[in-house]
Design a protein around this ligand. Structure first.
Ligand SMILES: *Cc1c(COP(=O)(O)O)cnc(C)c1O
Length: 463
């Protein structure tokens, strides 16, 4: 077994290549795809330390891609993926007080999801160009994922993208970040209902297998392996930069968490041999993951809306990947645990994992951190990143730097910034003026039939 072969967490899929794993998304046995082996890179760290972000991304990710994309072609693909970032170093690390902040929001939609979705768009295009096929992406969003996914595939010849958002229920900025993209392959749908209605319609469309096959539907949600892979890179890159500055042996990362995608990438980096001591998992009031890492019990609760909406999640879609390692790679055991969870909304594991500590940062904690960081350091955090800082501060160590992941630019959340600081400070040129640009969006009832009819008629006009 090799790092370039992919298996399912539930053990029911014959080994796949990288390309097959990316196109499959969710594994056919209902599990998630993982590399059969995690490469150990201890002897490469000194060479990797000298690379810039793009060079490191090419070298690291190619270990998981293998023969599917030749190395020089892959390096060009990676370079294209980070072309639209406004900082040459892609993901800079800045000192804020006695913490370090890893800024992941310099991509085109100002959220860390660009790091992975710009790359995924290029991987899709590469695979489709080679095979001559077309892909019709269908997704549902409550905010950040939709705009980053649209931005990752806008203008590409062999891809159409349909993104549903709840009509009138996403923030005006998030809505405009999607609906002002006028490329002919981008199709926004405002569903007259809630985010859950959109999710339900999406599931119903994907469960209509004849429709799914006939129209070549694909997904871009966070279970796609290519998204996790692209995020592994910045853990190495940031750890190297902090080591350069402090000479420390290892660093710890604090990660604001929703679907367990971002922090799982940190776990992969740790297992590969990155100089990481442990991961600090930070949730908001929707704390299923924080409760799991402190009690061993993984049990769903009600979703409560918070200031950090991209973390308002009670069932973390990437958690199953971690479960696979906790079950010693036993797919049968994972399958049994997930069946138990599907039936009762609860599962329990014994033992602890020294790689993780966890805590919860409430809305009040986040507001206090935003206000204090601004007052004391002149640094503005968005409400998601503030949850990570609030929890990260509790686990500070005297002898080891803490790096907090900043997952969105504060300008995406001006209300929260106003509440925390009493001032209108959240600005970014990519957002200025967006509210007055022309938009295109179809408003549809929240039914499978209405959305399918829209997809079919739209594709009819595009081919
Ligand atoms: C998606 C998102 C998160 C959560 O990331 P996961 O990979 O789901 O844990 C945190 N912050 C922001 C701004 C996001 O968009």
């Amino acid at each position: 077994m090799k790092a370039t072969q992919y298996i399912s967490t539930r053990g029911g899929v014959a080994p796949l290549s990288f390309r097959q794993a990316v196109m499959m998304g969710l594994a056919d046995d209902g599990g998630l795809l993982l590399p059969a082996e995690i490469p150990q890179v201890g002897d490469r760290l000194d060479a990797w330390r000298r690379l810039d972000y793009r060079g490191l991304a090419s070298a690291l990710m190619h270990l998981f891609v293998g023969d599917d994309i030749p190395a020089t072609e892959f390096a060009a693909l990676v370079n294209r993926s980070y072309e639209r970032f406004s900082r040459a170093e892609v993901a800079p690390v800045v000192a804020v007080g006695d913490l370090y902040v890893l800024e992941l929001f310099h991509g085109p939609t100002l959220a860390f999801k660009d790091v992975a979705l710009q790359f995924l768009g290029n991987v899709f295009e590469h695979v489709l160009t080679a095979s001559g096929e077309r892909l019709n992406i269908v997704g549902a969003t409550s905010g950040d994922t939709g705009s980053a996914a649209i931005c990752g595939v806008r203008g590409r010849r062999n891809i159409e993208i349909f993104i549903m958002h709840p009509h009138g229920k996403v923030s005006p900025i998030q809505e405009r970040q999607m609906t002002t993209v006028l490329d002919p392959n981008v199709h926004n749908i405002a569903v007259q209902g809630t985010f859950d209605d959109g999710q339900r319609v999406l599931k119903e469309i994907f469960n209509d297998l004849p429709f799914k096959r006939r129209y070549g539907l694909g997904a871009v949600n966070s279970v796609n392996w290519a998204r996790v892979l692209a995020q592994v890179v910045y853990y190495f890159h940031a750890a190297f930069r902090v080591q350069d500055r402090t000479g420390c042996r290892r660093v710890q990362f604090s990660v604001p968490t929703g679907n367990f995608g971002d922090i799982f990438a940190g776990y992969v980096a740790l297992r590969m041999g990155a100089p990481i001591s442990r991961l600090i998992l930070a949730t908001n009031e929707n704390d299923i993951l924080a409760r799991f890492f402190t009690s061993g019990v993984y049990a769903t609760g009600e979703v409560v809306p918070t200031l950090s909406p991209s973390m308002d999640i009670q069932v973390a879609s990437n958690f199953e990947r971690y479960l696979f390692y906790r079950c010693g790679g036993d797919g049968g055991k994972v399958r049994a645990l997930m069946a138990q969870f599907a039936g009762s909304g609860r599962l329990e594991l014994s033992g602890e994992d020294p790689a993780f500590v966890a805590g919860r940062g409430t809305t009040d904690d986040a507001l206090a951190v935003i206000s204090r960081c601004h007052r004391e350091h002149g640094y503005l955090l968005d409400p998601h990143s503030a949850v990570g800082v609030a929890v990260g501060e509790r686990f500070r160590r005297p002898d080891e730097p803490t790096v907090c992941l900043a997952t969105a630019h504060p300008a995406k959340f001006p209300e929260a910034i106003r509440r925390a600081t009493g001032q209108d400070l959240a600005r970014h040129p990519a957002i200025e003026g967006i509210l007055s640009l022309p938009t295109r969006c179809a408003v549809l009832p929240p039914t499978r039939q209405a959305v399918q009819e829209f997809i079919v008629s739209t594709l009819g006009t595009r081919c």
